[in-house]
Design a protein around this ligand. Structure first.
Ligand code: SF4
Length: 211
């Protein structure tokens, strides 16, 4: 019989006053869902603990999985350019994902991204809640549908509701597209449109954080 996954230790650790580094270390041994088995390593959040903005993506990609850092692959390049376009300094941002291990499926020699299931998001959410509790950002930016729906509910629609300031238990959340959507755009015009939308929503989040 398959062994039940272990409970996520994040909440308990947080209650003992664990730091972000200690949480990161503990996440390296997390077995609260099965994704750790096929991933290279955990990809925990990264950035300033005094950041005003926390950007939350879906899950690490292939490059992030190998390097152990969030948003260092092609989507990360789009995000960096978009943050610069919105005038947001990188040291005012904490970057993380809802799911901390890379979910993928083989396609020949490549590892193709596979969207995390609801059970993976649920199992991993205590790590994000712990990061939120420690960093305590003024504004959370959800990048893409998985992150948005993890925080705002399954009925949330990014393309319809992106860029709005939403109260989330006393915190402000702004949802926008995931930077990988820019890379997947079918033509240059669509790419420009999506990039502009991402910059616009990041600018909105920065304005809200500035009060
Ligand atoms: S994806 Fe999240 S919950 Fe699942 S094993 Fe990794 S860190 Fe733990």
């Amino acid at each position: 019989m398959a062994k039940d996954p272990d409970p996520n230790p994040a909440t308990e650790l947080l209650a003992t006053g664990a730091s972000l580094d200690e949480l990161h270390l503990a996440a390296e041994s997390c077995t609260a869902c099965e994704l750790y088995r096929e991933a290279t390593q955990v990809v925990f959040g990264s950035g300033s603990t005094r950041a005003h903005l926390m950007l939350v993506g879906e899950q690490p990609g292939d490059v992030e999985d190998r390097e152990g850092e969030p948003f260092v692959g092609p989507a990360g390049t789009v995000l960096d350019e978009s943050l610069a376009g919105a005038g947001i300094p990188l040291d005012d941002v904490y970057l993380t994902n809802v799911v901390k291990h890379f979910r993928w499926e083989p396609r020949g020699k490549r590892r193709l991204h596979k969207t995390p299931a609801t059970r993976h998001v649920r199992a991993c959410l205590p790590w994000l809640e712990a990061e939120l509790s420690i960093v305590d950002p003024l504004v959370i930016v959800c990048l893409g549908a998985i992150a948005s729906q993890a925080l705002l509910g399954r009925s949330f629609r990014v393309m319809r509701q992106r860029g709005q300031a939403i109260d989330w238990g006393g915190r402000t959340v702004v949802a926008t597209i995931h930077p990988s959507a820019v890379l997947r755009a079918s033509d240059p015009e669509e790419r420009d449109r999506l990039r502009a939308a991402l910059i616009e929503d990041l600018s909105t989040a920065a304005r809200l954080a500035a009060g």
